[in-house]
Ligand binder design. Structure first.
Ligand SMILES: [Zn+2]
Length: 369
């Protein structure tokens, strides 16, 4: 029986099963007001895609409606109680509305990081360490050292300008919640004369962000960016976007969404380019494009004869951010989660000695002495 679930942020790998919890166990969902607000779009999209693509979902529409009523929201720094535990949220960086949770049990102080980054991104301020006894730390990029963010941002802008100068359009696939809005802000800041169109689920998500300025880094800058970019809604907007300097749209790994429609149109003009803005998972469209210069377009594997470039604009801390964050929290134990084997194993020797490092495989119990 799960009576309470703390949802750290609105990415679907962190909240996708919440309607099932609520529908089957009447679980109370705790989160930031912005996470609760964005959940509606995330769940509705998951539901829609599962119907279109015919994959089974563990929950139905009624569970989703119940889940929307199951939120108990808390502001940053505000204590709330779950049984004998006292909890409060801290900013996690990563995306607007993302939180880490500090839990004070009668014996221990625990910090659960969720997905986090200590570096500020254009839309989210970075996470700040919290003193604790036990730290649960994400390790997504535990084996990678990020290039300096500002250099990657400048490299992206230079490439978009180069494509625009030769008369092309840069297609920039980006995640709906975080990366897409970051790219819009970078482009407006560095090259306000560009004509940039924005399309996909991120458009709806950004409206929620603007309703929660307390969760956004420089909310005025976001509103200005919103007015500056051209949002695509209808079919004629789509065609107009084909003449823009850049199109920022979902999906970030070229697995569907408007990005595929645009790629299919843009692929015939050699001046165009596809600029990938993050990690491309094994088996994703973006991975196929990088490895073989092909994309699955409406079911057909199609050669793409365009310039393709990849940029590292992650909103997860890399090895340096994760290890300095862990040290600054000065825990006795650190438990690494949300990491593949390489990520976990890279962090272990860097932290061992200063704290006890635990790398539990999924579905195993560990006892902290
Ligand atoms: Zn996330």
């Amino acid at each position: 029986m799960i009576e309470h679930a703390i949802i750290t942020h609105s990415h679907i790998d962190h909240m996708g099963m919440a309607p099932w919890l609520v529908g089957h166990m009447g679980t109370v969902l705790h989160g930031s007001p912005l996470t609760a607000s964005v959940s509606q779009i995330m769940w509705a999209d998951t539901y829609k895609v599962s119907r279109i693509e015919g994959y089974p979902l563990a929950w139905d529409r009624r569970d989703m409606d119940e889940a929307l009523q199951a939120w108990s929201t808390h502001q940053l720094g505000e204590w709330f109680e779950i049984g004998a535990w006292k909890c409060r949220f801290h900013r996690a960086g990563h995306i607007p509305g993302a939180v880490m949770v500090e839990i004070e049990t009668p014996e221990l102080r625990i910090l659960w990081s969720g997905d986090m980054d200590t570096r500020a991104s254009p839309n989210a301020l970075g996470a700040v360490p919290v003193d604790c006894d036990v730290l649960f730390l994400e390790g997504t990029y535990g084996n990678r050292i990020h290039p300096p963010r500002i250099e990657e941002e400048e490299r992206l802008v230079r490439k978009v300008l180069e494509v625009a100068d030769r008369g092309g359009t840069a297609l920039i696939p980006a995640f709906a919640s975080g990366r897409g809005q970051d790219i819009l802000r970078i482009l407006r800041r560095e090259a306000p004369n560009l004509e940039v169109h924005y399309h996909g689920m991120g458009v709806g998500i950004t409206k929620h962000w603007m309703d929660h300025p307390e969760s956004v880094n420089d909310p005025k800058g976001l509103s200005k960016t919103w007015r500056w970019c051209r949002r695509v809604s209808g079919k004629s907007d789509r065609r107009k976007a084909l003449d823009a300097n850049a199109i920022v749209c979902t999906s970030g790994m070229l697995d569907g969404g408007p990005a595929i429609w645009y790629a299919n149109r843009l692929r015939h003009q050699g001046a165009n380019a596809i600029l990938l803005t993050g990690y491309q998972a094994e088996g994703s469209g973006g991975r196929l494009l990088l490895d073989e210069g092909k994309l699955r377009i409406f079911g057909e594997v199609t050669p793409i004869d365009l310039e393709v470039e990849q940029f590292s604009l992650s909103n997860h801390g890399g090895q340096i951010e994760l290890t300095s964050f862990a040290r600054a929290c000065s825990p006795r134990h650190v438990v690494i989660f949300h990491a593949d084997e390489e990520g976990r194993e890279a962090l272990e020797p860097l932290l061992t000695g200063e704290m006890k490092v635990h790398l539990p495989p999924n579905q195993t119990e560990i006892i902290l002495e």
